[in-house]
Design a protein. Sequence first.
Length: 310
Amino acid sequence: MSAGWVAVTVRSRALARRRLGRVAALELAAEPDLDSALSRLVRSPYGREVRPGMRLGEAERAVVEAALWNVRVLTGWLPRQGVPLLRVLAGPVEAANVVDRLDHLHRGGGAPPPTPYRLGALGTTGLRHSTAATPQEVRLALSRSPWGDPGGVSTREVSLALRLTACARVAAVVPSARDWAAGAAALVAAREIAVGRVPLPARARDELAAVLGGRVVAATSLADLVTALPGSAAWALDGVTGPEGLWLAEARWWLRVERDALRLSRRPTPGPEAAVGVAAVLAADAWRVRAALECAARHGRALEELDGVA
């Protein structure tokens, strides 16, 4: 193992401390309102991006931006061969940027578009999608990027194609995250089946089959889906029988990711697993903090549910 990986492992473990953690997140959720929660959060590692007086949506985006900044710092330390690992892990954030732009164009462009997350070296589309003036131009920009042609221009088609492509890329490039990718793909399929929007678009079907196998693509009910899932993904939908269970399933997915990632980040042998683990730990903490902000904005309602899964 090179001296570069030794240095990255040491630095990344220090970077992992830039999170709130379970106990502090629950304290944040118990604040009486959003303003009180933000006043607490600005004194945390998220204070780089979070500001008092933000609306909930702005604060949630700021939380992601703060976590993303730390991952970008980590990327700058990596040997060249390690960068693709974090780039594919950041894929869902890049996908969110694309979908935000596309949704803005479909709405007619009246209100200002959301500010894109700053990906730096983690991005793969450059600025092509962010300057697109029509949904067709967004599709063209994706077709010329590693994402490939999403197969359509509707928000659903593009969103599904990107989310499932992100799962396929993680499964192919980051061996230690394959079960995370499989579980995430299962959750995407479950949400589509739960709202009755089947069949999936062609590109989404192809990516889903690549991650979970052809039997999953044929499922038309949650029960069929659970039966068809391979072992690498079945854990994500354990106990889910209806749409009401999907939020809890997503929360359990994040907890599994965090638990696995902490193990990776603490492995005694230096290597890329530590960087993968730290990036995932930071992402999981950002998810929990966003959930805590929502609880505070609802004056503590749903705190019990958050406590049960956090």
